[in-house]
Write a protein that binds this ligand. Structure first.
Ligand code: NI
Length: 387
């Protein structure tokens, strides 16, 4: 196809509009309005969300013979995230972000354009397939939390399988990345405050110095993954910020540190948390200090269903798409909240170029737009026919 064709296509217009208008998690008002209008123009029904939800859209497309409330036919959900990032864009494209300090640096603009176009293709061909497709335009993937709230709307109770995807820089444009089993890690976050007793820097015996306590804890935490977790189970524990005191001759009364834990298996996830609490509490206790641990459980690991991966690979190769197996990554993705409810597949899509995700110069190659949207529509139809 010619560049001219792509330049004038609806999907390119959508992509460029989304790229120009990045909005942060739960603030995606303009984006939501654009999506709703595009769906209505295509004759696609959108479902009313509970009133508390002001951003995001869930749309529904019914295949032949389907009426509202029918539960005999399968339901497949296709999901895109819609939020941007607080990053100042440093690219030179004509459709650069219009908003200072905000950018679609994680390709969610690309995902939206793909899923919107796939929805149009499904709507146009709805006499050719049976079942129901729910299209999820989900806010706030980056926080994360948007997926959980979409599940909690209750509008996805009848979904039998979920399909989601993510751009992948450095892979050939339009190549489809499929990996069965664990793809992305579970995400946990911790914040620890250690309280001792402040005193003069020249008289440490009069206080309880939290600085050596925090140093001991941070060092000991490094033995969890290296000495206590099965070496064949991927896991990461990173302490990413430490803070205590503000001058050279005062021993502070309090200090803190925070960081993240990444894992794939639920057993390892629980094991790390348990060891973390034990080491932190007991080392604090041994020094006479006190601690408070705040533990925030993020999304579980993205685990792809084997059967869906087979359908996805077959669909891709039969239609001439390049297929590859993406590496596992310790980065998280809240798509796993859908997979907690029902099986799902999270695909990677090659988008060329070399700047990584969340980089101020990140861009996805628009040449991947049309073929990938066609693939998504095809895949959804195949899954509906085969599950
Ligand atoms: Ni992303």
């Amino acid at each position: 196809m010619s560049d001219n064709h792509l330049e004038n296509s609806q999907i390119m217009k959508d992509y460029q509009w989304f790229h120009r208008h990045p909005e942060l998690g739960y603030e995606e008002m303009e984006t939501t309005a654009y999506i709703k209008e595009a769906l209505h123009e295509a004759g696609i029904e959108t479902l009313p969300l509970p009133s508390a939800r002001i951003t995001g859209v869930i749309a529904v497309i019914r295949g032949k013979g389907e009426s509202a409330g029918s539960d005999s036919e399968p339901v497949v959900a296709l999901r895109t995230d819609i939020d941007g990032l607080p990053i100042e864009e440093m690219t030179n494209v004509s459709y650069k972000s219009l908003y200072p300090g905000r950018m679609h640096a994680c390709g969610h603009d690309f995902h939206m354009a793909l899923v919107l176009q796939a929805a149009r293709l499904l709507q146009q061909t709805k006499e050719d397939w049976s079942g129901t497709v729910k299209v999820i335009f989900q806010p706030a993937e980056e926080l994360p939390g948007g997926a959980k709230e979409m599940v909690e709307t209750g509008l996805l109770e009848d979904v039998d399988a979920y399909v989601g995807l993510h751009t992948t820089p450095g892979r050939p444009s339009g190549a489809i990345g499929i990996r069965s089993g664990g793809l992305m890690a579970a995400v946990d976050r911790f914040e620890v405050t250690v309280s001792g007793r402040g005193c003069h820097g020249a008289a440490p015996h009069e206080g309880i110095d939290v600085i050596p306590v925090i140093c001991q804890i941070v060092t000991a935490l490094q033995t969890i993954v290296s000495r206590q977790v099965d070496p064949f189970a991927p896991a990461v524990l990173s302490v990413t910020a430490v803070s205590a005191g503000n001058t050279w001759n005062v021993i502070p009364s309090e200090g803190s540190f925070c960081g993240t834990v990444r894992s794939f298996s639920p057993q390892v996830r629980a094991q790390i948390k348990e060891r973390f609490y034990r080491l932190t509490e007991q080392l604090t206790d041994a020094s006479g200090a006190e601690c408070r641990i705040d533990w925030y459980e993020g999304p579980p690991a993205v685990i792809n269903d084997e059967g869906l991966c087979k359908i996805a690979a077959k669909t891709a190769t039969e239609s001439g798409y390049q297929v590859y197996e993406p590496e596992q990554t310790m980065v998280g993705e809240d798509f796993s909240f859908y997979q907690e409810k029902q099986k799902g597949i999270f695909l990677r899509v090659g988008t060329g170029y070399d700047k990584p995700l969340h980089h101020a110069e990140f861009l996805a190659d628009p040449a991947a737009l049309e073929p990938t949207a066609e693939y998504l529509a095809l895949l959804v139809k195949k899954i509906l026919a085969e599950i």
